[in-house]
Design a protein around this ligand. Structure first.
Ligand SMILES: *Cc1c(COP(=O)(O)O)cnc(C)c1O
Length: 233
C-alpha cells in the first residue's frame, strides 16, 4: 500500500484535534465537563498507518466492529501501546466470544440471552471481567442488531442478575434516515431506569447532538480517519 498516497488527503492528527475540540465545545454547550465524554476512534477498514497516527497523537480508546480484522491489527499495536482500550462495536457471534473476550476491553454489543450467557462463561474461564454495554435497537430495524426497547428492561436485568455481567451502559445506532435525537433520548431514558451511567451514541455525523443528549462515549470514524476505502461489511 502506498502510504504517501493514502496520507496525502487525510491528516489524522489535525482531524483528531478538530474532533476533540468539537467534543469539548459540545460538552460545554450542554453544561457538561469535556472529560465526561470519551472519544472512541473507529479505525475499521482503514490503513493501519492511520490508526498508528492516532496512537501517536495520544488517542488510546478505539472501536472495531469485526473480530477478525481486530485480531489482525491490535495484538501488535497493544504490545506497543499497552494502555489502549479496545471496544467491540459490531455484532458478535457466540462462536467468536472467546476471541472477543481475549482481545477486547469493552463489549458494546451485548444484545441477546445466548450471547450474554456465553460471554459470562468465557470471562469466567479466562479470568477477565470486561465492561459490557447492552445494544438497543432503538429504531426497531429488522436488519439491525440490538435488543428491542420493549425487551430492554428484562434483558438488562438478566445480564446483571442471571449472568453476572458487568453492565455499565447502553449503546445504539439510530436509523440513518431519522432524527437521531429521538433515539438518543430513548436510550438515555432506558439507562436512567437502570442506573446505568454510560451511553455510547453518536458517530461522525451526529456526535455533537449525542453529547447534548448525554453521550459518554462517541464512536467516530470518518471524521478522524477519512472515508473508508471499502465497505465495512
Ligand atoms: C463504523 C461505525 C462507527 C463510525 O462511523 P462514522 O460515521 O465513520 O463515524 C460508529 N459506530 C459503529 C457501530 C460503526 O460500525
Amino acid at each position: 500500500m502506498d502510504i504517501a498516497e493514502n496520507d496525502a488527503d487525510v491528516n489524522v492528527a489535525d482531524n483528531l484535534r478538530t474532533v476533540r475540540a468539537q467534543i469539548a465545545a459540545a460538552a460545554k454547550a450542554a453544561r457538561r465537563a469535556p472529560d465526561e465524554v470519551t472519544l472512541v476512534a473507529v479505525g475499521k477498514v482503514q490503513p493501519v498507518e492511520r490508526v498508528e497516527a492516532a496512537l501517536e497523537e495520544g488517542q488510546r480508546v478505539f472501536g472495531e466492529n469485526r473480530i477478525q480484522e481486530a485480531q489482525g491489527k491490535w495484538p501488535a499495536l497493544k504490545q506497543k501501546y499497552p494502555d489502549v482500550a479496545l471496544h467491540l462495536i459490531g455484532p458478535l457471534q457466540t462462536n467468536k466470544a472467546a476471541d472477543a473476550v481475549a482481545l477486547f476491553d469493552v463489549i458494546e454489543t451485548v444484545d441477546r440471552p445466548k450471547l450474554a450467557r456465553v460471554l459470562a462463561g468465557e470471562m469466567k474461564k479466562q479470568g477477565r471481567s470486561l465492561e459490557c454495554f447492552v445494544q438497543v435497537n432503538t429504531g426497531e430495524e429488522e436488519q439491525k442488531a440490538g435488543v428491542l426497547p420493549s425487551e430492554a428492561d428484562a434483558f438488562i436485568e438478566s445480564c446483571r442478575d442471571e449472568h453476572g455481567l458487568n453492565v455499565t451502559g447502553l449503546m445504539c445506532i439510530p436509523p440513518v434516515d431519522e432524527e437521531p435525537a429521538l433515539h438518543f433520548a430513548l436510550l438515555r431514558e432506558i439507562a436512567r431506569r437502570h442506573g446505568l451511567e454510560k451511553l455510547s451514541m453518536g458517530m461522525s455525523g451526529d456526535y455533537e447532538t449525542a453529547i447534548e443528549f448525554g453521550a459518554t462515549h462517541v464512536r467516530v470514524g470518518t471524521a478522524i480517519f477519512g472515508e473508508r476505502q471499502k465497505p465495512a461489511g
